[in-house]
Design a binder for this molecule. Structure first.
Ligand code: CP
Ligand code: NVA
Length: 296
């Protein structure tokens, strides 16, 4: 199976992946040869700190190996069609991880690859981030029921996968975006299938009112640099400040653009669990990789 978004998993499968991740985090030595001899191909069309290092280090810790395939390293999309890259890589590696711009490219990789394809960020989704976020919420609050999260910012990739993860786990989510930056109807409809679609608003203050957690992401995503000025103007009033955060927990997928979606004070505050989220990327992905390997 592939993981193009969180709802490719059933709710039971999601719980199994998170439980496995927690197990690995608690007793990593138990899994040090879990992926012995296995290789992860890592396709990157965009930059990355956390995703690259957490996947590569994770594979090493599990006894496997990872191959970094940056935009100048392979022919993907320019020297050969995506489907050819998918079929060639499948003859070498045991898993493919892809960070690409166009979600359709991730779908094409998944369609043509014979090995599991894991979405490591497209313009539409970031399921690996959501797995880490859910692990972090569970650690912080002991579960998902009765946890209330306010998303404040852009309703794109990270937000959309979190909407699905929240819907699947029972997190009470309110999404506050400026007009024109809402979560797509497709994602809201998929969330509604779990009877837990988020509330939506254009007002950050009302979104955070009853929240335990405020979650935000950059206003200018990778590939949107030419829209920077316009987006910063559109997101005026959506910055997470100490006033907006109050005594709530701060989540952020990182990288953080201080002075834009968050103030420096907020990201450096005791309320921020952003480094736990970053660490949990590795544990969550290790949970996913070993769970996928067990299914082969
Ligand atoms: N959160 C996240 O995916 O970070 P990177 O872009 O550094 O991989
Ligand atoms: N929304 C951000 C997430 C980075 C992890 C981006 O797409 O650049």
């Amino acid at each position: 199976m592939d993981l193009l978004d969180v709802d490719d998993l059933t709710t039971d499968e999601l719980t199994a992946v998170l439980d496995r991740a927690a197990d690995i985090k608690a007793a990593p030595e138990t899994y040090d040869d879990a992926l012995d001899g296995q290789t992860l191909g890592m396709i990157f069309e965009k930059p990355s700190t956390r995703t690259r290092v957490s996947f590569e280090t994770g594979m090493t810790k599990l006894g496997g190996h990872a191959v970094f395939l940056g935009p100048d390293d392979i022919h993907l999309g320019h020297g050969e069609p995506v489907k050819d890259t998918a079929r060639a890589l499948s003859r070498y590696v045991d898993f493919v991880m892809a960070r690409v711009f166009d979600h359709a490219d991730a779908e094409e990789l998944a369609e043509y690859a014979d090995v599991p394809v894991i979405n490591a960020l497209t313009d539409d989704a970031h399921p690996c981030q959501t797995l880490a976020d859910l692990l972090t919420v569970r650690e912080e609050f002991g579960g998902f029921e009765d946890v209330s999260v306010a998303w404040v910012g852009d309703g794109n990739n990270v937000c959309q996968s979190f909407v699905l993860g929240a819907a699947m786990t029972g997190i009470d989510l309110t999404v506050a975006t400026p007009e024109g930056y809402e979560v797509t109807d497709d994602v809201l409809e998929r969330a509604a299938e779990f009877d837990n679609a988020p509330a939506t608003t254009h007002d950050p203050e009302s979104a955070v009112e009853d929240a335990d957690v405020v979650y935000t992401d950059v206003f200018v995503s990778m590939g949107q640099e030419d829209r920077r000025e316009a987006k910063l103007a559109d997101f005026d009033g959506f910055q997470v400040t100490t006033d907006l955060l109050g005594d709530r927990t701060l989540m952020h997928c990182l990288p953080a653009h201080r002075g834009e979606e968050v103030t420096d004070e907020v990201i450096e505050s005791e309320n921020a669990v952003v480094w736990d989220q970053a660490e949990n990327r590795m544990h969550a992905q290790n949970g996913l990789l070993t769970w996928l390997a067990d299914r082969k």
